[in-house]
Design a protein. Structure first.
Length: 340
């Protein structure tokens, strides 16, 4: 009796594509238009097609865990946007995790969690703005789990690929802009001192101030965190000084939003009474009142690069760089002006 099962050629004909295209969809290959992929998948379902030997993709579906310190900020959401966009075109399943110290060893990046991830075949981990200890790194590698870190808190050696931005240059760009406007009493509201990104932005700030011959007042430097509440607290302290700053460089947009709120509570006008620069150029930067001058780092691209680099490792391909730094750009809006 002849085999009456549907063939791949019939699937291709029903979907209106070539047999090669139908095969690429079946094997989860990238670079196929979503509309084409949907037509082929619909034809497969309509005909009840079952491949006789299964998908032959030499690069099978990878499952990747992404670990965030928090998702309650626009930075994390934009990183995730980039990761998911790249994952959709690369046949990657993404599992999102957030750190929870209350979970003990079972928290993401804890030993029990790492062993469970390895056992489940989730062969890649992307760590976002979190610390990765030598013990965690060694355990991941020993179990065959590849790792990429986005904006890591702590310095990493060449065994872990990192993706970030040119934070030092961005710090210089932000501070240089304020100096060019005529500001000399400039405050720095940074992230936690353990954050590599914050330290690099601070070094850029210090370098620009030194190059301009502008004095740096230690009372105008605080590093409490990249979040709204820290921005409010640091700016409130700065503005309570007998000689307050005329400008504040905030190490992140979230921090800058807190600075704007502190200025509002003090009855100060931005930028007439106080200039504010952020860092990130997240979605929120254009929606503030006034729109925020900030340093743009390509956050969505950082997520895309992390997925691409992780897949290169998983496939045994050479990676573009062990430590990727994407360029920053100053975006001038309405929160900065010459000092009164």
């Amino acid at each position: 009796m002849p085999d009456s099962r549907p063939t791949l050629a019939q699937v291709a004909e029903r979907a209106g594509v070539s047999r090669a295209t139908a095969s690429k969809v079946l094997n989860r290959r990238p670079n196929i238009a979503e509309s084409t992929r949907a037509r082929v998948q619909r034809a497969i379902a309509d005909l009840g097609y079952v491949p006789s030997t299964g998908p032959r993709d030499p690069h099978p579906l990878h499952k990747v865990n992404v670990v965030f310190d928090t998702l309650v900020n626009t930075y994390s959401m934009e990183v995730l946007d980039g990761i998911l966009a790249a994952a959709r075109t690369q046949a990657v399943e993404v599992v999102v995790n957030t750190l929870d110290p209350r979970a003990g060893d079972d928290t993401p990046l804890g030993e029990a969690w790492i062993r469970r991830v390895a056992a489940q075949g989730r062969t890649g981990v992307i760590v976002v703005t979190s610390e990765l200890t030598a013990r965690q790194r060694d355990l991941l590698h020993s179990l065959g789990v590849q790792v990429v870190a986005i904006d890591p808190l702590n310095p990493l050696d060449d065994t872990v690929i990192s993706v970030g931005a040119t934070n030092f240059a961005g710090g210089m760009q932000a501070t240089g802009h304020l100096l060019d406007l005529g500001h000399r009493r400039i405050a720095f509201a940074g992230g936690l001192p353990i954050s590599m990104a914050s330290r690099e932005r601070f070094q850029g700030f210090m370098n620009a101030m030194s190059a301009a011959g502008a004095p740096v007042d230690p009372t105008l430097i605080q590093e409490l965190g990249f979040n709204f509440a820290s921005g409010v607290r640091m700016a409130t302290d700065f503005l309570a000084l007998p000689d307050p700053p005329t400008a504040i460089f905030a190490g992140s947009d979230a921090t800058a939003l807190g600075v704007l709120e502190a200025a509002r509570r003090q009855g100060l006008r931005v930028p007439a009474d106080l200039s504010v620069v952020g860092f990130d150029d997240t979605y929120a930067a254009e929606s503030t009142a006034p729109p925020l001058t900030t340093v743009r780092q390509p956050i969505i691209d950082m997520g895309r690069v992390a997925i691409r680099t992780l897949l290169q490792q998983l496939r045994g391909e050479p990676v573009d760089s062990r430590h990727v730094q994407l360029s920053t750009q100053l975006v001038v809006r309405e929160s900065t002006a010459a000092p009164a």
